[in-house]
Design a protein around this ligand. Structure first.
Ligand SMILES: [Zn+2]
Length: 298
Protein backbone atom coordinates (compact mmCIF):
# COMPACT_ATOMS: atom_id res chain seq x y z
CA UNK A 1 0.00 0.00 0.00
CA UNK A 2 2.85 2.36 0.93
CA UNK A 3 4.45 1.61 -2.41
CA UNK A 4 1.21 2.23 -4.25
CA UNK A 5 0.68 5.55 -2.53
CA UNK A 6 4.23 6.59 -3.33
CA UNK A 7 3.62 5.71 -6.97
CA UNK A 8 0.40 7.68 -6.98
CA UNK A 9 2.05 10.71 -5.45
CA UNK A 10 4.73 10.53 -8.11
CA UNK A 11 2.29 10.15 -10.93
CA UNK A 12 0.21 13.24 -10.30
CA UNK A 13 2.35 15.54 -8.17
CA UNK A 14 4.72 16.48 -10.98
CA UNK A 15 4.32 17.59 -14.57
CA UNK A 16 4.75 14.73 -17.04
CA UNK A 17 8.11 15.99 -18.31
CA UNK A 18 9.51 16.22 -14.80
CA UNK A 19 8.36 12.76 -13.83
CA UNK A 20 11.40 10.53 -13.53
CA UNK A 21 10.29 7.17 -12.15
CA UNK A 22 13.09 4.62 -11.67
CA UNK A 23 14.27 3.20 -15.01
CA UNK A 24 13.14 -0.35 -14.24
CA UNK A 25 9.66 -0.07 -12.78
CA UNK A 26 8.16 -3.29 -11.50
CA UNK A 27 5.29 -4.86 -13.38
CA UNK A 28 3.04 -7.64 -12.15
CA UNK A 29 0.91 -9.59 -14.62
CA UNK A 30 -2.44 -10.97 -13.49
CA UNK A 31 -4.60 -13.03 -15.85
CA UNK A 32 -8.20 -12.28 -14.93
CA UNK A 33 -10.27 -13.95 -17.72
CA UNK A 34 -9.55 -15.91 -20.91
CA UNK A 35 -7.64 -13.48 -23.17
CA UNK A 36 -7.65 -10.67 -20.59
CA UNK A 37 -4.90 -9.62 -18.18
CA UNK A 38 -3.91 -6.65 -16.06
CA UNK A 39 -0.43 -5.20 -15.61
CA UNK A 40 0.05 -3.56 -12.23
CA UNK A 41 3.02 -1.23 -11.84
CA UNK A 42 3.78 2.46 -11.46
CA UNK A 43 1.09 4.61 -12.98
CA UNK A 44 -2.40 3.53 -14.00
CA UNK A 45 -3.37 -0.13 -14.20
CA UNK A 46 -2.98 -1.51 -17.73
CA UNK A 47 -5.68 -3.77 -19.18
CA UNK A 48 -4.61 -6.23 -21.90
CA UNK A 49 -6.71 -8.07 -24.49
CA UNK A 50 -4.53 -10.75 -26.07
CA UNK A 51 -5.11 -13.45 -28.63
CA UNK A 52 -5.14 -14.44 -32.27
CA UNK A 53 -6.21 -11.03 -33.60
CA UNK A 54 -3.42 -9.09 -31.91
CA UNK A 55 -2.90 -7.44 -28.56
CA UNK A 56 -4.66 -4.33 -27.29
CA UNK A 57 -3.58 -2.29 -24.29
CA UNK A 58 -5.83 -0.12 -22.19
CA UNK A 59 -3.39 2.64 -21.06
CA UNK A 60 0.40 2.39 -21.01
CA UNK A 61 1.81 3.97 -17.81
CA UNK A 62 5.10 5.91 -18.15
CA UNK A 63 7.65 6.00 -20.95
CA UNK A 64 10.43 4.24 -18.94
CA UNK A 65 8.09 1.25 -18.44
CA UNK A 66 7.45 0.59 -22.15
CA UNK A 67 10.09 -2.10 -22.65
CA UNK A 68 8.87 -3.99 -19.62
CA UNK A 69 5.26 -3.57 -20.73
CA UNK A 70 6.12 -5.05 -24.12
CA UNK A 71 8.01 -7.91 -22.44
CA UNK A 72 5.08 -8.57 -20.10
CA UNK A 73 2.60 -8.66 -22.98
CA UNK A 74 4.91 -11.08 -24.81
CA UNK A 75 4.51 -13.55 -21.92
CA UNK A 76 0.78 -13.55 -22.75
CA UNK A 77 0.96 -13.58 -26.56
CA UNK A 78 3.89 -13.26 -29.00
CA UNK A 79 2.13 -10.89 -31.42
CA UNK A 80 2.82 -7.14 -31.44
CA UNK A 81 0.69 -4.59 -29.59
CA UNK A 82 -1.76 -3.51 -32.26
CA UNK A 83 -3.69 -0.81 -30.40
CA UNK A 84 -3.47 1.30 -27.26
CA UNK A 85 -6.69 2.77 -25.98
CA UNK A 86 -6.15 5.61 -23.48
CA UNK A 87 -8.84 5.95 -20.78
CA UNK A 88 -7.90 9.67 -20.41
CA UNK A 89 -4.99 12.02 -21.06
CA UNK A 90 -3.04 11.97 -17.75
CA UNK A 91 0.66 11.14 -18.08
CA UNK A 92 0.50 8.06 -15.87
CA UNK A 93 -1.90 6.50 -18.42
CA UNK A 94 -0.45 7.82 -21.72
CA UNK A 95 3.29 8.06 -20.97
CA UNK A 96 4.11 5.02 -23.13
CA UNK A 97 2.19 6.26 -26.19
CA UNK A 98 5.16 7.71 -28.06
CA UNK A 99 7.35 4.63 -27.57
CA UNK A 100 4.58 2.26 -28.60
CA UNK A 101 3.56 4.45 -31.54
CA UNK A 102 7.13 4.12 -32.82
CA UNK A 103 6.72 0.33 -32.90
CA UNK A 104 3.59 0.62 -35.06
CA UNK A 105 0.94 0.55 -32.33
CA UNK A 106 -2.14 2.61 -33.23
CA UNK A 107 -3.20 4.98 -30.44
CA UNK A 108 -6.93 5.45 -29.87
CA UNK A 109 -8.77 7.74 -27.42
CA UNK A 110 -11.67 10.11 -26.93
CA UNK A 111 -11.49 13.43 -28.85
CA UNK A 112 -10.72 15.43 -25.69
CA UNK A 113 -7.72 13.23 -24.85
CA UNK A 114 -6.05 14.31 -28.07
CA UNK A 115 -7.10 17.94 -27.65
CA UNK A 116 -5.70 18.18 -24.12
CA UNK A 117 -2.46 16.40 -25.08
CA UNK A 118 -1.84 18.92 -27.86
CA UNK A 119 -1.88 21.83 -25.39
CA UNK A 120 -0.23 22.67 -22.09
CA UNK A 121 -2.37 21.65 -19.12
CA UNK A 122 -2.37 22.25 -15.38
CA UNK A 123 -2.72 19.28 -13.03
CA UNK A 124 -2.92 20.04 -9.31
CA UNK A 125 -1.32 23.42 -9.87
CA UNK A 126 1.58 22.09 -11.95
CA UNK A 127 2.00 22.94 -15.62
CA UNK A 128 2.17 19.93 -17.94
CA UNK A 129 3.65 20.73 -21.35
CA UNK A 130 2.02 19.57 -24.59
CA UNK A 131 2.83 15.97 -25.60
CA UNK A 132 5.08 15.25 -28.58
CA UNK A 133 3.12 14.60 -31.78
CA UNK A 134 4.14 10.92 -31.77
CA UNK A 135 2.28 10.44 -28.47
CA UNK A 136 -1.06 11.70 -29.74
CA UNK A 137 -4.02 9.42 -30.48
CA UNK A 138 -4.40 8.94 -34.25
CA UNK A 139 -7.95 7.60 -34.03
CA UNK A 140 -10.38 9.54 -31.82
CA UNK A 141 -14.08 9.20 -31.09
CA UNK A 142 -16.75 11.45 -29.61
CA UNK A 143 -19.04 8.96 -27.85
CA UNK A 144 -18.47 5.22 -28.13
CA UNK A 145 -16.27 2.80 -30.05
CA UNK A 146 -16.09 -1.00 -30.23
CA UNK A 147 -13.14 -3.31 -31.00
CA UNK A 148 -14.27 -6.63 -32.46
CA UNK A 149 -11.15 -8.62 -31.69
CA UNK A 150 -9.97 -11.76 -29.93
CA UNK A 151 -13.47 -13.24 -29.83
CA UNK A 152 -14.85 -10.33 -27.84
CA UNK A 153 -16.59 -7.00 -28.37
CA UNK A 154 -14.57 -4.50 -26.39
CA UNK A 155 -16.55 -1.30 -25.94
CA UNK A 156 -15.11 2.12 -25.11
CA UNK A 157 -17.89 4.20 -23.58
CA UNK A 158 -17.29 7.91 -23.08
CA UNK A 159 -18.43 9.38 -19.75
CA UNK A 160 -18.33 13.17 -19.73
CA UNK A 161 -16.96 15.55 -17.08
CA UNK A 162 -16.04 12.73 -14.67
CA UNK A 163 -12.35 12.41 -13.68
CA UNK A 164 -11.60 14.60 -16.74
CA UNK A 165 -13.62 15.54 -19.86
CA UNK A 166 -12.11 12.70 -21.91
CA UNK A 167 -12.73 9.57 -19.84
CA UNK A 168 -13.80 6.23 -21.28
CA UNK A 169 -14.99 3.08 -19.54
CA UNK A 170 -13.78 -0.05 -21.34
CA UNK A 171 -16.05 -3.09 -21.21
CA UNK A 172 -15.28 -6.59 -22.53
CA UNK A 173 -18.82 -7.78 -23.21
CA UNK A 174 -17.96 -11.48 -23.46
CA UNK A 175 -15.23 -11.75 -20.84
CA UNK A 176 -17.29 -9.48 -18.54
CA UNK A 177 -14.34 -7.30 -17.55
CA UNK A 178 -14.63 -3.56 -16.97
CA UNK A 179 -11.69 -1.12 -16.96
CA UNK A 180 -12.76 2.08 -15.23
CA UNK A 181 -9.70 4.29 -15.86
CA UNK A 182 -9.52 6.93 -13.14
CA UNK A 183 -13.28 7.10 -12.70
CA UNK A 184 -12.56 4.52 -9.96
CA UNK A 185 -9.79 4.63 -7.37
CA UNK A 186 -10.12 1.40 -5.41
CA UNK A 187 -9.26 1.82 -1.73
CA UNK A 188 -8.05 5.39 -2.23
CA UNK A 189 -9.65 8.79 -2.06
CA UNK A 190 -10.66 9.86 -5.57
CA UNK A 191 -8.94 12.49 -7.67
CA UNK A 192 -11.33 14.61 -9.72
CA UNK A 193 -9.34 16.85 -12.05
CA UNK A 194 -11.45 20.01 -12.29
CA UNK A 195 -8.86 21.77 -14.46
CA UNK A 196 -9.23 18.95 -17.03
CA UNK A 197 -13.02 19.21 -17.07
CA UNK A 198 -13.80 16.73 -14.27
CA UNK A 199 -16.78 17.21 -11.93
CA UNK A 200 -18.32 15.51 -8.92
CA UNK A 201 -21.68 15.01 -10.65
CA UNK A 202 -19.99 13.53 -13.72
CA UNK A 203 -17.82 11.31 -11.51
CA UNK A 204 -20.96 9.91 -9.87
CA UNK A 205 -22.71 9.53 -13.24
CA UNK A 206 -19.70 7.61 -14.61
CA UNK A 207 -19.90 5.13 -11.75
CA UNK A 208 -23.67 4.80 -12.32
CA UNK A 209 -22.97 3.97 -15.97
CA UNK A 210 -20.42 1.37 -14.86
CA UNK A 211 -22.89 -0.14 -12.38
CA UNK A 212 -25.36 -0.46 -15.26
CA UNK A 213 -22.81 -2.57 -17.16
CA UNK A 214 -21.52 -4.69 -14.29
CA UNK A 215 -23.04 -7.67 -12.52
CA UNK A 216 -21.80 -9.65 -9.52
CA UNK A 217 -19.42 -11.65 -11.74
CA UNK A 218 -17.77 -8.67 -13.44
CA UNK A 219 -14.05 -8.27 -12.82
CA UNK A 220 -13.46 -4.54 -12.38
CA UNK A 221 -10.07 -2.94 -13.09
CA UNK A 222 -9.75 0.43 -11.31
CA UNK A 223 -7.40 3.13 -12.61
CA UNK A 224 -5.40 2.67 -9.40
CA UNK A 225 -5.61 0.07 -6.65
CA UNK A 226 -6.36 -3.67 -6.67
CA UNK A 227 -9.01 -5.55 -8.69
CA UNK A 228 -12.57 -4.99 -7.54
CA UNK A 229 -16.12 -6.31 -7.72
CA UNK A 230 -19.45 -4.59 -8.20
CA UNK A 231 -20.01 -4.31 -4.43
CA UNK A 232 -16.79 -2.26 -4.14
CA UNK A 233 -18.05 0.06 -6.83
CA UNK A 234 -21.43 0.44 -5.10
CA UNK A 235 -19.62 1.49 -1.91
CA UNK A 236 -17.52 3.96 -3.90
CA UNK A 237 -20.65 5.43 -5.55
CA UNK A 238 -22.37 5.72 -2.16
CA UNK A 239 -19.35 7.55 -0.73
CA UNK A 240 -19.24 10.03 -3.63
CA UNK A 241 -22.99 10.63 -3.39
CA UNK A 242 -22.93 11.10 0.36
CA UNK A 243 -20.05 13.58 0.16
CA UNK A 244 -21.67 15.47 -2.72
CA UNK A 245 -25.01 15.70 -0.86
CA UNK A 246 -23.43 16.77 2.43
CA UNK A 247 -21.30 19.47 0.82
CA UNK A 248 -24.25 20.71 -1.24
CA UNK A 249 -26.39 20.94 1.92
CA UNK A 250 -23.65 22.85 3.74
CA UNK A 251 -23.34 25.27 0.82
CA UNK A 252 -27.10 25.90 0.97
CA UNK A 253 -26.66 26.61 4.68
CA UNK A 254 -24.08 29.23 3.64
CA UNK A 255 -21.19 27.51 5.35
CA UNK A 256 -17.72 28.52 4.18
CA UNK A 257 -15.26 26.04 2.69
CA UNK A 258 -13.24 26.14 5.92
CA UNK A 259 -16.34 25.35 7.96
CA UNK A 260 -17.20 22.46 5.62
CA UNK A 261 -13.67 21.05 5.91
CA UNK A 262 -14.05 21.21 9.71
CA UNK A 263 -17.11 18.92 9.45
CA UNK A 264 -14.71 16.00 8.71
CA UNK A 265 -17.20 14.51 6.25
CA UNK A 266 -14.68 12.05 4.76
CA UNK A 267 -13.62 10.48 8.08
CA UNK A 268 -16.46 7.91 8.36
CA UNK A 269 -15.35 6.25 5.10
CA UNK A 270 -12.08 5.11 6.65
CA UNK A 271 -9.84 6.22 3.78
CA UNK A 272 -6.79 8.08 5.07
CA UNK A 273 -5.04 11.05 3.52
CA UNK A 274 -2.87 9.78 0.70
CA UNK A 275 -2.20 11.02 -2.78
CA UNK A 276 -5.46 12.95 -2.27
CA UNK A 277 -5.93 14.43 1.20
CA UNK A 278 -9.39 14.49 2.79
CA UNK A 279 -9.48 18.30 2.87
CA UNK A 280 -8.47 18.51 -0.74
CA UNK A 281 -11.29 16.15 -1.76
CA UNK A 282 -13.81 18.33 0.10
CA UNK A 283 -12.39 21.43 -1.60
CA UNK A 284 -12.69 19.75 -5.01
CA UNK A 285 -16.33 18.83 -4.38
CA UNK A 286 -17.05 22.34 -3.08
CA UNK A 287 -15.50 23.98 -6.13
CA UNK A 288 -17.22 21.53 -8.47
CA UNK A 289 -20.60 22.42 -6.96
CA UNK A 290 -20.00 26.17 -7.14
CA UNK A 291 -18.69 26.54 -10.68
CA UNK A 292 -19.33 24.86 -14.03
CA UNK A 293 -16.88 22.20 -15.32
CA UNK A 294 -13.84 23.51 -17.21
CA UNK A 295 -14.53 23.44 -20.93
CA UNK A 296 -11.83 25.54 -22.48
CA UNK A 297 -8.58 23.82 -23.29
CA UNK A 298 -5.44 25.63 -22.26
ZN1 LIG B 1 -5.88 10.34 -14.06
Amino acid sequence: MRKLLAALILCHALPAAAQQPPPRPELRVERIAPGVAVLFGRGGNIGVSYGADGNILIDDQYAPATERVIAAVRTLDPDPIRYVLNTHWHGDHTGGNENLGRTGTVIVAHDNVRIRMTMAQVVRGERVPPSPSGALPVITFSEDLTFHLNGDDIRAIHVDHAHTDGDSLIYWTRANVLHMGDTFFNGLLPFIDLDSGGSIDGAIAAVETALGLANEETRIIPGHGPMARRADLVRYRDMLRSLRDSVARAIRQRRTLEQIKAMRLVDPFGLPDGFIARDSLIETIYLSLTRPPARGHR
